[in-house]
Design a protein around this ligand. Structure first.
Ligand SMILES: *[C@@H]1O[C@H](CO)[C@@H](O)[C@H](O)[C@H]1NC(C)=O
Ligand SMILES: *[C@@H]1O[C@H](CO)[C@@H](O)[C@H](O)[C@H]1NC(C)=O
Ligand SMILES: *[C@@H]1O[C@H](CO)[C@@H](O)[C@H](O)[C@H]1NC(C)=O
Ligand SMILES: *[C@@H]1O[C@H](CO)[C@@H](O)[C@H](O)[C@H]1NC(C)=O
Ligand SMILES: *[C@@H]1O[C@H](CO)[C@@H](O)[C@H](O)[C@H]1NC(C)=O
Ligand SMILES: *[C@@H]1O[C@H](CO)[C@@H](O)[C@H](O)[C@H]1NC(C)=O
Ligand SMILES: *[C@@H]1O[C@H](CO)[C@@H](O)[C@H](O)[C@H]1NC(C)=O
Length: 420
């Protein structure tokens, strides 16, 4: 989607004196400037070794815009699924792409219903803030990112001008709480850095991996994505350093059409117990479940947004005794296919007060470690905008995703809830 903002935003001006990357502005630097920055900016690869309950390292690889069955029918995806756990009831949060990537980082999509250039204010926290509470090293690997921390809207293939890197698929760069810092942007790196970090055994304990617009199926189809996966992943799974106690999630940002927004997702890696290889897990998950699962795995707090009530991966839930919710996914037509109004909506945003949704500071979040201090300090017990304790995101004001029942049996007692 091309808008006024898109055309204006583009690439940040470059400070070559320091390694700090400057927020994107109206300037469009020349290729020479991008090359100069690439030669100057030093990628940052912190290392940590914090034991988790179910895994010690987590990588998520995101593909684009394919239906569940289309992916199941691809021989390469099907083959990888046989080596791991197929998640058959995993949902994206909305359409189009960018809000799903933002959801994976911040526990909300803030009503975003577009792929425009956004910078999310510094008082919105992300998964990086959670991991930082225990100094768990994190990073992102974006194929074709011209240098670590690049903030432009895109970086195309400079020979063919085909789409290659796109900011909308690069979750953490969209947040001022990342880019207002000297080090954090440099943890957002490209695939050359991935292979360097692999070689030097300094991969982070959390990473988000985005193949380019060809390999992630966006500008191509499932066959191309499957071929990429078949080249990329098996050597890593055979690499003892990479695979040991590692969990890899392969998922899609969104399903590709009107219909419920269920996406094909697989867990693989050395952290999968032998007896679970080739099995399926039909627990109701969303992209928010991943933040909640990382919190439960490492004993981290919650962001107090939709990660608060999200179901957590069974693999982790079994270690903590957490009982996940069952959800009546048939109650609403085309579940999770749209965005409720919010500050990043294209048109209708000004309707609601407060403009930016207030997170919860409830102690009742799934992971059981409260809400992260920076969120508590910033929002100071204000009334949360949404019922973030629900395992299903909904908005009672606009009627979005309302009327969905959920239930579980805990300590022999049936508990029920409804999104109203
Ligand atoms: C999206 O996923 C659902 C399965 O949950 C499926 O019925 C629908 O057809 C999918 N859309 C496409 C285009 O595959
Ligand atoms: C967070 O920042 C936004 C944008 O600057 C502002 O509108 C909002 O009031 C801030 N929220 C709080 C709780 O300070
Ligand atoms: C990857 O990033 C590094 C470090 O920022 C940069 O030097 C290199 O040119 C980039 N590689 C590609 C293929 O863009
Ligand atoms: C960004 O994309 C536009 C439109 O496809 C293209 O013309 C431009 O060269 C790209 N910018 C960079 C820096 O790659
Ligand atoms: C994406 O990366 C692959 C290599 O992984 C390369 O063959 C392909 O040309 C790249 N796509 C574009 C548009 O440059
Ligand atoms: C994907 O596109 C390639 C050509 O680029 C074609 O050979 C292949 O059959 C297509 N796959 C599907 C599932 O349409
Ligand atoms: C989402 O589902 C609703 C209800 O079926 C439908 O009216 C709407 O057009 C769908 N929107 C999208 C973007 O798929």
């Amino acid at each position: 989607m091309f808008t006024k903002q898109t055309l204006l935003a583009f690439i940040g001006t470059l400070s070559l004196a320091s390694a700090r990357t400057i927020p994107a502005s109206d300037d469009v630097p020349s290729l020479a400037e991008v090359e100069a920055a690439a030669a100057t900016v030093v990628p940052y690869s912190p290392v940590s070794n914090v034991k988790g309950l179910a895994f010690d390292r987590f990588h998520q690889i995101w593909f684009e815009n394919q239906g569940y069955q289309t992916t199941a029918d691809d021989s390469n995806f099907a083959k990888i699924a046989k080596e791991g756990i197929l998640l058959t009831n995993y949902f994206a949060t909305t359409h189009p792409s960018q809000p799903n990537y933002v959801a994976s980082a911040a526990g909300d999509n803030f009503g975003m219903d577009n792929d425009d250039f956004h910078q999310i204010p510094a008082n919105v926290s992300t998964i990086a803030d959670l991991l930082d509470t225990k100094r768990i090293a994190w990073g992102q690997y974006q194929e074709a990112l011209p240098y670590a921390g690049y903030q432009g809207y895109n970086f195309s293939n400079q020979k063919t001008y085909a789409n290659d890197y796109m900011r909308k698929h690069d979750p953490l760069i969209i947040f001022d709480s990342i880019t207002n810092d000297d080090l954090r942007p440099r943890q957002i790196k490209n695939f050359s850095s991935f292979y360097e970090d692999l070689k030097h055994e300094r991969l982070p304990q959390y990473s988000f991996i985005t193949p380019n617009m060809t390999n992630d199926c966006h500008d191509t189809n499932i066959t191309v994505g499957g071929n990429f996966l078949a080249d990329f992943l098996p050597p890593l799974l055979k690499n003892e350093y990479f695979a040991k106690d590692t969990l890899v999630l392969i998922t899609f940002d969104e399903n590709n059409s009107i219909g419920e927004n269920r996406v094909y997702s697989i867990l693989v890696g050395g952290a999968i117990p032998e007896h679970l290889k080739g099995t399926t897990d039909d627990t109701f998950y969303t992209h928010y479940s991943i933040i909640a699962s990382l919190s439960a795995n490492w004993g981290l707090p919650s962001l107090g947004r939709w990660d608060c009530g999200a179901n957590i991966l069974k693999l982790v839930a079994e270690k903590t005794g957490y009982v996940n919710w069952e959800v009546d996914t048939s109650a609403v037509k085309n579940l999770l296919n749209e965005t409720y109004p919010g500050p990043l909506s294209e048109n209708i945003y000004s309707k609601y007060e407060p403009f930016w949704p207030i997170p919860t500071t409830s102690d009742r979040c799934t992971a059981g470690h409260g809400v992260v201090d920076i969120v508590k300090d910033t929002y100071n017990r204000r009334q949360p905008t949404f019922n973030y304790i629900s395992p299903v995101p909904y908005d009672a004001r606009s009627g979005y995703n309302t009327g969905i029942k959920y239930w579980r049996t805990k300590d022999g007692k049936k508990e029920t809830g409804i999104t109203n």
